[in-house]
Design a protein around this ligand. Structure first.
Ligand code: FAD
Length: 266
């Protein structure tokens, strides 16, 4: 339970307040979620009792600068969906969080920082080569963002990328948590394959990407290579064997779709 709340007047003040035991709070949907707190306890982590309110300090604006799109980390997932500037594939990823009540509160920055293995949005951002700006200074890729550090995300940058980004999820029912979340982007210059729910965090399959790029992996051979590469755990969302199978076939399908140029609106 939250026992102490700090309300800094600036981003600089927020960064100064941050420590191992004091957490930023944006939308609060993850921090205040009883399930998330129970999971922390299960993993031997202390309960979150002190928070720093940051959402009012963070921009919600989306603006184009050159060929890059800058998105304020305080934007809610619903605002992201409602903006005409948001790429279609990112709207689709945000829309997978089925509850509008959650989407009205949850922020894009919070989703990246929460770093959940089953995030719908992280695979998509990784496939789009997205970067984050840390407390208005350093710029790092979403892929290398480390949620254990005290970094405050202030902006998300979507650079111009080649090719077509496609995403998909495997769900046992419309209200279920995903068994697998996946994003793929294939272009003449690069391939990105990002996969959720099969490890502690969303992962990128770089060896598989090389095989797709040089043409040695496609269709059934690609599906088999993916299944061999990952080591998911069995849980309520599916057995390890099911997750291996569905990840392989989903990636093979998405690669074929991306190569055909489906979902052209990046
Ligand atoms: C019923 C329910 C269903 C959900 N389903 C999903 C789901 O399907 N997929 C999914 O990914 N998530 C899901 N979530 C979790 C959560 O809603 C999302 O991850 C959300 O995007 C988190 O954003 P937030 O702004 O609410 O984060 P908060 O709860 O405010 O914070 C989450 C974490 O990020 C840190 N943080 C917040 N903002 C920043 C920032 N700008 N910079 C650095 N650190 C920051 C916080 O310290 C905290 O550790 C669900 C939550 C609930 C309650």
């Amino acid at each position: 339970m939250i026992k102490e709340v700090f309300k800094p007047a600036s981003i600089e003040e927020a960064v100064k307040l941050k420590s191992e035991s004091i957490f930023y709070l944006s939308g609060g949907t993850q921090i205040n979620w009883a399930q998330a707190q129970a999971d922390r306890k299960l993993n031997g982590k202390p309960a979150i009792e002190k928070v720093i309110l940051v959402q009012d300090l963070l921009s919600k604006e989306i603006k184009k600068q050159g060929s890059d799109l800058f998105i304020g980390a305080g934007i809610t997932l619903q605002e992201l969906i409602d903006s005409s500037q948001t790429p279609g594939v990112l709207k689709k990823a945000a829309g997978y969080i089925a509850s509008r009540n959650i989407r009205n509160m949850a922020t894009l920055g919070g989703n990246i920082a929460a770093n959940r293995p089953d995030s719908y949005i992280l695979p998509c951002l990784i496939a789009l080569n997205a970067e984050v700006i840390i407390a208005d200074k350093e710029k790092i890729s979403v892929e290398s963002y480390d949620s254990r550090k005290n970094y405050l995300i202030t902006q998300i940058i979507l650079p111009r990328v080649d090719g077509v980004c496609v995403i998909d999820v495997a769900l046992k029912s419309s209200g279920a948590y995903p068994s697998v979340t996946c994003a793929v982007r294939v272009s003449d210059k690069d391939v990105v394959v990002a996969l959720g729910c099969v490890s502690d965090h969303v992962i990128r399959l770089k060896e598989i990407e090389s095989g797709i790029m040089d043409g040695s992996l496609s269709g059934d051979t690609l599906a088999a290579a993916v299944a061999n590469k990952i080591h998911p755990k069995s849980d309520l969302s599916g057995s390890a064997a099911y997750k291996k199978y569905i990840s392989g076939s989903m990636i093979a399908h998405l690669v074929a779709l991306s190569q055909k140029g489906a979902e052209r609106k990046l």
